[in-house]
Design a protein around this ligand. Structure first.
Ligand code: AR6
Length: 176
């Protein structure tokens, strides 16, 4: 199995020069606020156009799943649009759905033989998932995926927008 570096940075997902950035999308794939807004704003209309084509074919993207488009004017090559769960208190399968976002994004990246991917902290904005719990799910789902799949991924970056997430990820990633 190849060695993949997992790291956390504080920054803006739209500025990442990686093979794929992950978008915290919604089931409509038609854009929104937060990360989704920033990606469509910076990436330009080509991304929305492709999202609309995917929508026409499969009617959006269910929660926990992901689809891929090109990245328009972003420095990344692709955008993987993953739909995180809305937090309802934790008893509505949120953990599994969030893990599934990370797994499906990594599966797509792996199928495309990508070498680098950057994730935002999916569901921790307007979807209200508690940041500590979400970080644990993100890191464990990612490590679990890497243990079970041989990929070309050399680096996986968790792009944190706020200090709290950045510290949470650093603690988890630096745990021996
Ligand atoms: N780069 C990196 N992280 C960011 C950026 C950025 N430019 N902007 C915000 N964040 P959110 P969600 C952080 O709300 O909770 C949209 O309307 C932010 O601080 O973008 O999955 C979609 O269309 C937070 O920690 O995504 C959906 O309807 C994290 O990214 C809905 O929001 C995720 O916040 C999805 O909600």
């Amino acid at each position: 199995m190849s060695k993949t570096e997992l790291r956390a940075i504080k920054g803006d997902i739209t500025k990442q020069e990686v093979d794929a950035v992950v978008n915290a999308a919604n089931t409509s794939l038609l854009g929104g606020g937060g990360v989704d807004g920033a990606i469509h704003r910076t990436g330009g209309p080509a991304i929305l156009e492709e999202c609309k084509q995917i929508r026409a074919k499969q009617g959006g993207c269910p929660t926990g799943e992901a689809v891929i488009t090109t990245a328009g004017n972003l420095p990344a090559k692709y955008v993987i649009h993953a739909v995180g769960p809305v937090w309802h208190g934790g008893k509505q399968n949120e953990q599994e759905l969030l893990a599934s976002c990370y797994r499906n994004s990594l599966r797509i990246a792996s199928e495309k033989q990508l070498r680098s991917i950057a994730f935002p902290n999916i569901s921790t904005g307007v979807y209200g998932y508690p940041k500590g719990k979400a970080a644990e799910v993100a890191v464990s789902a990612t490590k679990d995926f890497l243990q079970h799949h041989d990929t070309n991924l050399q680096s996986i970056t968790f792009v944190c927008f706020d200090e709290e997430n950045y510290e949470l990820y650093n603690q988890l990633l630096n745990k021996v």
